[in-house]
Design a protein around this ligand. Structure first.
Ligand SMILES: [Zn+2]
Length: 281
């Protein structure tokens, strides 16, 4: 049974309004950038996941993380031999500052088109450096696609963690086989003391856990490295020999992950309801 790593647990006790623009200790540490599969690379920090899709028409970056993460991401992109300025599209993460706080800086450094989920857009606009506006160039809805140089990513609304949380799917190829890749938004519903921030959030979470099981997932990643065991999978990748499976191909791990996060959401909800009942006496 995989345990939740500390960063996710730490998040559980942070009310949403208290999210700061500063990364928690260690989150912005550099992590070796690596190819996940095909043209998809990890360029995020030790905890905050960012992905680069390299195409002949320029590159797509997903998740800018904090503003203070952007230099770490840039160094990772360059370490892989790519140019940061070749990023043509930035797909914004969900509307929390640890995923979209760097959107302004990425836009300033690359001029990339910034794609934001329509449902998360209003909240995303709250996160920007002082005196600036959050850059939004394109709003995207459920089922719509982002395409560049032969790579197509399809958006899937998975509300709960934020109201407009978007997961993405794409197909990747390795050794002549096609793999369905799933880039999760976040299923983290443990911080329930702050979950009344929109009506219907509980129903959204439950529907999202259901929907999470409808995807055909071969390879999966998520917005936090700890959510998908990135460090462990990277260690396996380092030891991978010819004929060994790609460690990011992990359909069973994905199913277990959905079960685990649904359970922790229901447990947090039960605890909160018990507390509320206690107060009412
Ligand atoms: Zn979040």
């Amino acid at each position: 049974m995989r345990k939740l790593m500390l960063p996710a647990a730490a998040l559980a006790f942070l009310p949403l309004g208290a999210f700061s623009q500063n990364a928690p200790a260690g989150w912005n540490d550099a992590f070796p950038p690596h190819r996940i599969m095909d043209n998809m690379y990890y360029v995020g920090t030790k905890e905050l996941a960012s992905f680069l899709f390299v195409t002949p028409a320029g590159n797509i970056l997903m998740n800018s993380d904090y503003e203070s993460s952007v230099p770490v991401i840039k160094a990772s992109v360059e370490k892989l031999g790519f140019k940061f300025s070749d990023i043509k599209i930035l797909i914004a993460g969900h509307a929390h500052p640890d995923h979209v706080g760097g959107d302004n800086l990425v836009k300033d450094l690359t001029g990339a088109q910034v794609v934001v989920g329509r449902v998360d857009a209003a909240k995303t606009r709250d996160f920007h450096p002082a005196g600036k506006e959050h850059p939004i160039d394109r709003l995207i809805d459920e089922g719509e696609t982002v395409t560049l140089g032969g790579t197509t990513l399809t958006a899937h609304l998975m509300p709960g963690h934020t109201r407009g949380c978007l997961a993405w799917t794409t197909d990747l190829k390795e050794d002549g086989k096609t793999y369905h890749a799933f880039i999760e938004c976040s299923l983290n519903g443990q911080f329930l003391q702050s979950l009344d921030n929109y009506p219907g959030i509980m129903d959204d979470f439950r529907a999202t856990y259901k929907k999470a099981r409808t995807f055909q997932v071969d390879l999966w990643v998520s917005s936090h490295a700890s959510f998908y065991g990135m460090a462990e999978k990277y260690a396996k990748l380092q030891k991978r020999g010819p004929g060994d499976p790609n460690p990011f191909v992990d359909p069973e791990g994905y199913k277990a992950h959905v079960d685990q996060y649904e359970k922790s959401f229901e447990a947090a909800l039960a605890q909160r309801e018990a507390q509320a009942a206690g107060k009412g006496k």
